[in-house]
Write a protein that binds this ligand. Sequence first.
Ligand SMILES: [Zn+2]
Length: 177
Amino acid sequence: MSDHYSASSSGNHAVVKGAFDRVRQSPTLGEVLESDELSRALLEAARWPQGPECLRCGALGAACKLTTRPGLWTCKSCRNCQYSVTSGTPLHGTRVTLQAWVSLFHTQEVRRQRPSVSQVSRRLGVSYLTAKSMLRRLDELRSEMPAMAERMRHHLIELSAGRESGPGLPPPPNSFA
Ligand SMILES: [Zn+2]
């Protein structure tokens, strides 16, 4: 079973809007950092600003969301692939939640902190080796996919700005401070 990436048939613009709206319409930074779905939407908007792009044939606007597993896409064009936002990236095959990745990236890129392996391990509740691997993989993401990393940073800064202008909101849940 599948459904189209965009419910609208008005073309590519709607696809772009769909990718952004899911992240930017209303959620706060805190909500994004607590939600796997919103964190995935942020990663998807950062990786595919024009909507999911088939990893196999490169088709744009041919992505269909599979309902079998969250975040899984297939391609109407080549009909023979399944991929997610982490496929083919340094985050591929991760067992860590997407909000943990986004949270660590936010700490580094927006809060400008450099948490140690031990701090990452403690704060995210992952093993020392996993924490070490996360720091290494995010370094790889920055060097191998700089445009995606820059868009992630940009979206997170916008979300941070939204949070600061809101009244009485709690501090970010994943602060390393
Ligand atoms: Zn394809």
